[in-house]
Design a protein. Sequence first.
Length: 475
Amino acid sequence: MRRSSAMLSRRIVAGVRFASSTSSSAAVVKDQHKTMKPPNYRKTLPGHEPRNMLQEEFPNLGDATGHGPRLYDYYDMADKVQSLPNAAEKIAFVNPYEREWNSVEKTWHRQWHPLLMAPRKAWNVPAIPKYFDSLNFYKYITKCRIVNDREKFDSFYSGIVPPTKKFENRLLQSLDARDSSNSVDLTDVERSNRFLRSLIDDAITSLAHNVEVFQKQRLSHTTRCESFWIRSGFLSMYDKKDIGTDVVERKLRYANRFIADDRRKLGELSFVLRDEFAAQLRSTNPLKQLFDLTSDEAVIPVFEDHVNVEDDVVYSPKVFNMWPDSEILWQCPGYDADSKETHQYGRLAVKDISILNQLTDYWKIDGEEREQVRRDAMTASAVSSLFSWLNAQAHCLGYTQYTDLDRPLVSQMILSDGDEFFFAVAQLNTIAINIDVDGFENRRTNACYVDGPHPLFIEETSGKEEEANTMEKRE
């Protein structure tokens, strides 16, 4: 006999029932510091080596690092973004997408014209990690720390008593209907998405009779959820070591631009996540914040002190099976920025991860290692999906990576392959992760609380079956 896990039922229904608030109590005063405009001949590249005794004795500090022009450019972009009237124009202004050169531009290009530089692309982040050890890299590109504490996770839902018995009965009916259906031509992903949608419908139906807040919420089965962002800290991609020497040199001036980097070779790579959800629940009010932006929790580092991020975490995205994406970039958290959507705040999203079963078989791992790799892959998927979803929501609300958040955004997510369920709650504290220069300090980090995976059913045996199993073992 198998029965639905009571903890699982309580967690799913509680996620739907999670209380909301009209706004966050946190308020962060934005840095109004404006740097002096550098001369037009100042470069964002570090200055060249001294060529004579005079340059050695009197170095020009303005050319030492190139951080001054980059910092001014950042604040200048922020002023221009704030002057735009709506979120759609702000998104279009900060979009790093560059189209391909058309046939006319290529035909009429002459030798004395400037070279047609390759358009900037974005690294496509897989919705499910396609590399077995990619959790730290996903944490870095989203600047998100992981909290795997079940007691802390359960404390977010304390005081909520959902009707789990009623939900379990509806869930069993949905499972019976799925097993008796004749849809044999469906793929595993489509079959899992149908089950997850019915799961959310059952959870809402179990609560709708006594919770009026659901009248103000919107359940969307739109699978599209896209977001783009820029992450700094990839200057190490320009490090070179000549054969026969152990000296590593960072040659930026004459190096080829790294894929998805800025034309000025700043080490700021653009990323895009084109995600698909089975269902998402949105409301007109944001979820209650997990902690305040002024608290110590908002500045806890992503990695511990002993982790060397540049050597052990930051690698080329190709290592993690990411590839350049030349398609148009969007900010679409289930709706377009210019659609005048009234339900802009995501409460709960459900995502299918059945493809992870095929990936773990392809990686040929078994035993405890398989469970650990699956757990890390689920965590990485939750981190990237929640960050992308919240980042798109923030952009549709008028925030950008040049005009950072002044209040946190919170959303929840359930990942499942139909047999196991993984729960995550994330709080977005900052999206200003596209610059890393002297004079700009942003200690805030994002946080993601995870728990799982948990099985949908718990196998139980009756007393006679247990006695028979014991007799077989004795024999």
